[in-house]
Ligand binder design. Sequence first.
Ligand code: FAD
Length: 347
Amino acid sequence: ATFRLPASRFLSIGPISRFASTLVIAEHEGGSIKAPSLSAVEAAKSLDKDNSISMLLAGSGPSLQEAAAYAASCHPSVSKVLVADSDRFMHPLAEPWARLIQLVQQRENFSHIVAASGSFGKNILPRAAALLDVSPVTDVIEISESTKFVRPIYAGNALCTVRYTGAHPCMLTIRSTSFQAQPDSTDSKAHKAPISQVDLSTFEEDTIGKSQYVKLTSQESERPDLGNARIVVTGGRGLKSAENFKMLEKLAEKLGAAVGATRAAVDAGFVPNDLQVGQTGKIVAPELYLAFGVSGAIQHLAGMRDSKVIVAVNKDADAPIFQVADYGLVGDLFEVIPELLEKLPEK
Ligand code: FAD
């Protein structure tokens, strides 16, 4: 008879076990698991068919315990929810979060630890990896085996297949646009994974306090979040002013779209930098990406080339954006946008 040890019994030093047990580091807001963390669960699902997936949630208050932990426990692919309830995790500061991951890993011995590649995961996971003495594999867009991953390099101009050969845990950040989660993935009320509280009595405080939470500044908007929107309307330097960007905002309202921008438009002060799409901005892959007055520099393409349908409007027929566009219109955006606004029905 064959006897299979759960991965959590394996020694922490040594090759990745065949039977994956994965910890997903999740972000939550207003009692819900954020969409990129649901994508991290999707990625974890492809690590191993016998994979057991745990989700770590941290923070404090009823929105954590009553709502987010409950939502996580209803996810059909999550087999255990770990909750660290403390004011220390109220804000996503890398120092306490990385220590928390180290503590959880020392107890549970996961084969993989996965987080979405956003500002949350990129901040925390490398520090946690350093504490666990492993190298993280970042920006994974495809998982072919439990140790074989594809990630973009040279601003997305080449794809690199890497094999992780280090000790476990194998730590990954994944691009959420490459592992789309079902929108209702936490709605299945039938499944309820056990929720356990992380014992924080041995939590080490000594290294905490190198960074401090000051404040959160965010734009209140009725429009969908740029990272998850089905339609993105982006403006470049061709828009010429902040005032002209309002035209694009109207168009986005009519289409139920998010507004994006190039770095040139952000640097010129037309829009705030949280709208920037590209290598040093947000990575998006909507169903429809509309680019107005965008030249299509490689750094911009790195953030949007995986969009399903790309439409570009540019007055220069040789603009590189037309090389990736499914539909291109050589024309003046100051004529095209008003015409579109006129023809599209009110929402
Ligand atoms: P431009 O290149 O100036 O293009 C404007 C376009 O508008 C032109 O093609 C023009 O033909 C067209 N146009 C002008 N008027 C009209 C009109 N009336 N009607 C129609 N079309 C018109 N860029 C990003 O976007 N995101 C990033 O994350 C990013 N990261 C970077 C990182 C590094 C390290 C570096 C070096 C650069 C980065 N950049 C990034 C900058 C990038 O190289 C480009 O400079 C930038 O994307 C250009 O923005 P743009 O297309 O708006 O402007």
